[in-house]
Design a protein around this ligand. Structure first.
Ligand code: NAP
Length: 303
């Protein structure tokens, strides 16, 4: 018998996974997190064993091959983790009648010429292997597990794992001038806030008799380009750095990254708000806390 108060999390060692493990749980729920070493989602046997051992009421998949540039040179590994892995979870959950909450990405969209946020039923058109493999994962989840929620999110940031903020702070501390791309627009999302939203969603699914299965968008409320995001990071960081910094907006071609990225991938999150009453708050206070925390833990000791 499944335990309807228990959430089983795959990918517990990642940025989102670690935030999920530390987030407050809705009343009455428990969360068991498995890292890649404890359960490899590309192995059907390991997935089946984990479900048989823990008998959860809901499975949450935060495991992914999330290195967007790395996926260009390792497309088979990315496909195994981002598509076959969710496919294994969906088959096992579908057979056992357990709901599956799969996390996906704004990079399933192409973004060229787009100026209004993407809705869930807009046609996907991934530009890179990461987006292609995540989209394939979505398709496999839909096919094998009718009781699914696919939640697309975007541009995660947090204190726990290395992300855009860590990179910016490193550059801001060590350089007099930095270049940041201004032709990629999206919705930065606090991984901590997303974790809380996903757990609320899991709680609603576990307590509702007829949840509305399907695909939803859940990301931060501000639509920004990366240059603007860097400026917001600097507005906080400069409070503790006694220096001048020039931040220059540049085009993506300035960095020649292996993977193409969408020029615009903001997500319209009205469906999840209307269906489940879930909306993400302005993350600027959280950004300020993260920047301060990282600067305090990063700074070399004063001699
Ligand atoms: N980061 C973003 O900006 C962003 C944006 C949009 C959507 N998303 C989505 O959000 C979700 C969470 O992303 P994240 O940023 O937390 O990624 P992350 O930090 O890279 O974490 C992914 C985790 O999955 C684990 N993993 C990799 N292969 C696995 C396997 N075969 N079996 C089990 N676990 C495996 C990794 O383990 P190791 O640490 O051992 O490699 C890692 O702990 C993903 O679905 C991602 O696509 C992320």
């Amino acid at each position: 018998m499944a335990d309807n108060t228990k959430i089983l999390l795959f990918g517990a060692g990642g940025m989102l996974g670690r935030e999920l493990l530390g987030a407050p749980l809705p009343g009455g729920l428990s969360l068991v997190g498995l890292t890649r070493a404890q359960a490899d989602i590309t192995s059907p046997e390991q997935v089946d064993r984990a479900l048989a051992e823990h008998r959860p009421g809901l499975v949450l998949n935060a495991a992914a091959f999330s290195n967007v540039d790395g996926a260009e040179s390792q497309p088979k590994v990315a496909l195994a983790v981002n598509a076959q892995g969710p496919g294994n979870l969906a088959r096992a959950c579908g057979q056992a009648g357990i709901p599956l909450l799969q996390v996906s990405t704004d990079y399933v969209f192409g973004g060229s010429g787009q100026t209004i946020p993407y809705r869930e039923d807009d046609p996907p058109a991934p530009l890179n292997q990461y987006g292609l493999t995540k989209l394939r994962g979505e398709q496999l989840v839909r096919q094998a597990c009718p009781s699914h929620l696919i939640v697309r999110t975007s541009w995660l940031f947090g204190a726990l794992s290395r992300n855009f903020i860590h990179l910016m702070l490193e550059l801001m501390r060590t350089r007099a001038a930095i270049k940041v791309v201004a032709d990629q627009v999206g919705c930065p999302t606090s991984a901590g806030d997303l974790a809380q939203g996903l757990l609320r969603l899991a709680g609603l699914v576990l307590s509702q008799r007829e949840p509305v299965w399907g695909t939803y968008h859940l990301s931060g409320p501000l639509v920004l380009n990366r240059y603007e995001f860097a400026q917001m990071i600097w507005a906080e960081a400069c409070k503790r750095l006694d220096k001048d910094l020039v931040i220059e907006p540049v085009g993506s071609e300035a960095f020649a990254a292996p993977a193409k990225r969408p020029a615009y991938s903001a997500l319209d999150c009205s469906k999840i708000e209307q269906t489940f009453g879930l909306a993400m708050e302005d993350w600027r206070p959280e950004l300020a806390r993260i920047v301060e925390y990282l600067q305090k833990s990063e700074q070399p000791p004063r001699v």
